[in-house]
Write a new protein. Structure first.
Length: 403
């Protein structure tokens, strides 16, 4: 049996990035919390068991950590670190309340017909591109749907949406395990600066020409003095909100399509009953979590699954491994939307639960409810290519024919 250190090293290899699931199974055989040899890694432990990961994610004594330096000089770290995604209490809750006040269940429910219509429109374009059995890349649709949805929700012009993809990718590559090379830092800093300037201009425009969109509502709250955040914090949160909202959903869609196309009976069932899309989305998220790594820092000595984690220790939580924990999910490696328990940690847990989870689910349901009804003969036209990222599990390309 390999040690936890050896397994963690293997996760960073090309094979480990392409398919980390066998390595997750090795960690489960060691235990739910695996201690690493002192001095061998920045992390003290790896948390891979479902119950242990859920407990760690819910426990606010495990602090979010973006950088060991509380005042980093790198622009990308300053911008990300200014958002609720990387802040601890009380700042996290202060910022989260602002977005919860405008991302109300009523507003999201009212937006569902818009998501359905955008999905139909983009599937029309996918069908035109794949006419006469021409091979098209499903990743393009998987990108365009969530970025168009969040762009419409925020009020970002359609003509600007393609501009975000490269900049988001540069930041994600920097955040990935082993992504701190100087050239990646420089690229991420440049992307963060360009995104910062874009949102600053957008806020200025809303002040001149108010609009009834999410950014308009946030700017109104900011200027009325009722928001509890300042303008730079609004910019930082918009940067992270857009980045997180479309990258994770893009991966949900490509991961899901590959899983479904490998089980023709599920495609047939989904085509006959689009209502099954909801359970399919949950099982896709469990089986192939879009986010695979989460870092935390113990703010005090904490007991977790029988292990004492000392104050200041770094903790690596693996939601993708936790979702495959056989103690939680029997036959955990099997993709089965009909299983009794579809719970997962792909959106986190507790006070830091993903603020955009409802919108991501809505997009996934819309896409898979419509996709196979529109294109009953849809099939892979080649081998999908996985992205190299270990942090975010998705695809670089997925060639398909519409049938």
């Amino acid at each position: 049996m390999r040690t936890a250190n050896e397994i963690l090293a293997a996760l960073g290899s090309e094979d480990g990035r392409r398919d980390p699931m066998p390595l997750f199974a090795e960690l489960h055989r060691i235990g739910p919390v695996c201690r690493l040899a002192p001095g061998s890694s920045p992390y003290a432990v790896v948390v891979n068991g479902y119950d242990a990961a859920q407990e760690a994610l819910k426990d606010t004594r495990f602090h979010r950590l973006l950088s060991a330096d509380p005042n980093p000089k790198e622009l990308v770290l300053r911008r990300l670190g200014g958002s609720m995604m990387f802040r601890n209490e009380p700042d996290h809750l202060r910022m989260r309340k602002v977005f919860q006040a405008v991302l109300t269940p009523r507003r999201l429910t009212g937006f569902e017909p818009v998501v359905d219509a955008l999905t139909e429109e983009l599937l029309d374009e996918l069908g035109k591109g794949g006419a006469d059995r021409k091979v098209v890349d499903f990743v393009d649709f998987a990108y365009r749907l969530p970025i168009t949805v969040i762009g419409t929700f925020l009020g970002i012009p359609r003509s600007d949406l393609g501009w975000f993809r490269d900049r988001t990718q540069r930041i994600d590559e920097y955040l990935d395990l082993g992504g701190k090379a100087p050239e990646k830092l420089a690229a991420a800093n440049q992307a963060a600066g360009e995104l910062n300037d874009y949102y600053a201009r957008m806020i200025a425009e809303r002040r001149i020409r108010p609009r009834d969109d999410l950014v308009g509502s946030l700017v109104h709250a900011l200027d009325s003095g009722t928001s509890g955040i300042d303008e730079q914090e609004l910019i930082d949160n918009l940067l992270v909100l857009v980045n997180a909202s479309f990258v994770t959903t893009m991966n949900l869609l490509t991961n899901g399509l590959e899983l479904l196309l490998n089980q023709s009976r599920l495609v047939d069932a989904l085509r006959d009953d689009p209502g099954l899309a909801s359970d399919c989305v949950e099982e896709i998220l469990r089986h192939q979590s879009s986010v695979q790594l989460i870092s935390r820092k113990a703010s005090t000595d904490i007991e977790l699954a029988g292990e004492t984690i000392t104050e200041g220790s770094l903790v690596l939580i693996l939601p993708g491994a936790a979702n495959r924990d056989p103690a939680k999910h029997p036959d955990a490696d099997t993709f089965d939307p009909g299983r009794d328990d579809l719970q997962h940690l792909s959106f986190g847990a507790g006070p830091f639960y993903c603020v955009g989870a409802a919108l991501a689910r809505m997009e996934g349901r819309a896409a898979f409810a419509q996709l196979f009804q529109r294109f009953p003969g849809l099939q892979l036209a080649g081998e999908p290519v996985r992205s190299r990222s270990l942090l975010l599990r998705g695809h670089q390309s997925m060639p398909i024919r519409m049938g």
